[in-house]
Design a protein around this ligand. Sequence first.
Ligand SMILES: Cc1cc2nc3c(=O)[nH]c(=O)nc-3n(C[C@H](O)[C@H](O)[C@H](O)COP(=O)(O)OP(=O)(O)OC[C@H]3O[C@@H](n4cnc5c(N)ncnc54)[C@H](O)[C@@H]3O)c2cc1C
Length: 269
Amino acid sequence: MSADEYNATVIQKILMTPGLMTLRVRPDGEAPAFTPGQYIALGLSSSEPRVKESEPDPTIYKRECLVRRVYSISSSSVDKEYIEFYISMVRNGQLTPRLFTLKQGSKLFMGPKAVGMFTLDEIPEHKNVIFIATGTGLAPYMSMIRSEFHLQKKRKFAVLHGASCSWDLGYRDELATMDRLTERFIYLPTITDPAKDPTWNGLTGLIQPITKSGILEEKTGLDLTPENFDIFLCGNPLMVDETTKILLSRGFTPDVKKEIGTLHRERYW
Ligand SMILES: Cc1cc2nc3c(=O)[nH]c(=O)nc-3n(C[C@H](O)[C@H](O)[C@H](O)COP(=O)(O)OP(=O)(O)OC[C@H]3O[C@@H](n4cnc5c(N)ncnc54)[C@H](O)[C@@H]3O)c2cc1C
């Protein structure tokens, strides 16, 4: 058991930095259907090597096993050829240092079914949406944007994306292009380590103060209220929790089980 469970092939790997990549995976059989925003499991055997940039695996494996974790899908649900993921390495993690050794043509395990409620399904068609993410928390939004944007719905999208430095802002070119092409799309990247990135001339600092700063209102031309927007938060749990507090004070209501509010959240760990 484990490597014989591999049922998918890497068809493209783009390494943005040694610890950040996009991976396109083609299942051996039919690609599982998914709703943009959902996630699916990836897995590799515990006997697979780890990349040299990682730290030793703290886990002692009594026998070979399949190490699985879930990843948000970043590709459009219209693409049936492959499923794309946006993955960052946790240096002492069990799975990610093994995932980073994969190359075009490598085999791996992909779960048969995508799941998750972090989608646009319950959001009224006319409602404007703000997507807020740290790091790879951008992945589910890429799937939603890539799947929905061509449908020419009337809503506005704003993306507020935080990372350490500009080279960690995955999908930046694609999002900046969309921002230039239409007034319906606003892209606001911010970096938290400008000392390392002296040529950066965009926003700096954490998501939390930027959410309070008034820039979302200025760029969208609308007040930050639950009447005007549904807001999605994804990524680092601290960002999700602290930004939730700010948005609760503005009247946004979180989803509670099947009761859909105006604030939708996904924590990555
Ligand atoms: C719904 C959902 C969707 C997800 N989608 C993505 C995605 O699109 N891209 C992606 O890269 N990850 C995503 N994750 C995280 C992913 O499932 C793994 O947790 C992550 O890749 C680490 O796996 P690992 O086996 O290498 O580390 P583990 O061995 O599981 O973790 C080692 C330690 O690192 C901590 N940790 C886990 N993840 C991180 C992190 N990102 N940064 C810092 N510390 C961390 C854990 O708390 C743990 O203590 C998602 C998680 C969830 C729940």
